[in-house]
Design a binder for this molecule. Structure first.
Ligand code: PLP
Length: 274
């Protein structure tokens, strides 16, 4: 029914006909609202997206009207300065030195995980072979070894996606057992890392999750950071969901250890719009 409403509204658009954009906008908006999952509904509980605050909607409207392109400073001077400032503030919240940490605003958690794992891949392979994979491609830089990414069994599927896009292949992702609270088991992580090294493979990154997508489990970040450091492996924390805890004075402590990560993903279109 919703699909039919959308098709019906789009069918009204005729390139040669009179301008019916106001009518089409109205019909499409009606179809979109009627077929939307409503995060403000009292029965819509415990999923990831929040009902945005009015001020967030207003800010989004301004951003749409100005349509700045953040790929270069000359196309978006103020927005570039704002992005830099926001990154510094978020880095500070995450416990990093906001002056030294860097970052980028992406489309969401999937692209953030991809970006972080790109950095981890290049870091690990350059250390392994002294060859920069950005220049030579993965095969030359891996020099016969197999790059590996370790994450908990219930990590988000974007970790496998990123591995595929980065030329490592989904099979490069090795999952580590979790406990009854869906948190990565530190001793299982240590065993797996040990095995990877024994096999002569290259551990590219350990990905811990702070707030698993379905159940909200938070991996023991401090213990995981300790083990990653012991093996000299890049630690990425996927805090796409749980990163919202940083905004709470009461709950922030649940993310203790986050600041020891080499990279962090936050997903602002989840709790950020609150
Ligand atoms: C939602 C989520 C993602 C993906 O975020 P998108 O914004 O949908 O790309 C990644 N990791 C976790 C843990 C998530 O909950």
């Amino acid at each position: 029914q919703v699909a039919a409403m959308v098709a019906d509204a789009l069918d009204t658009v005729q390139p040669d006909g009179p301008d019916r954009s106001a009518e089409v906008l109205h019909r499409l908006t009606t179809a979109l609202a009627a077929g939307a999952a409503d995060p403000a509904h009292p029965h819509c509980a415990a999923h990831l997206h929040c009902p945005p605050l009015a001020v967030a909607v207003a800010a989004d409207t301004v951003a749409s009207i100005l349509n700045q392109s953040l790929d270069s400073w000359d196309q978006a001077p103020a927005a570039t300065a704002m992005e830099t400032r926001i990154i510094a503030e978020l880095a500070d919240l995450a416990g990093y030195d906001g002056q030294r940490a860097g970052g980028v605003v992406t489309s969401g958690g999937t692209e953030s995980n991809l970006t972080a794992l790109l950095l981890a891949r290049d870091h690990a392979l350059a250390a392994h072979s002294d060859i920069d994979p950005t220049r030579t491609g993965v095969a030359a830089a891996a020099d016969g070894a197999r790059p590996r990414i370790l994450c908990g069994e219930v990590a988000h599927f974007s970790v496998q996606r990123a591995a595929a896009l980065l030329g490592l292949g989904e099979e490069a992702v090795i999952t580590v057992a979790v406990d009854s609270e869906h948190r990565m088991r530190p001793e299982a992580l240590r065993r797996t890392l040990h095995q990877v090294r024994e096999n002569g493979d290259v551990p590219v990154a350990v990905v811990a999750t702070a707030g698993t997508t379905d159940l909200g489990g938070i991996d023991p970040l401090a213990a995981v950071a300790h083990i990653a450091a012991e093996y000299g492996v890049w630690l990425h924390v996927d805090a796409a969901y749980g990163g919202g805890l940083l905004f709470s004075d009461r709950l922030r402590g649940l993310l203790d250890g986050l600041s020891r990560a080499d990279s962090v993903s936050l997903d602002l279109h989840k709790l950020g719009w609150q």
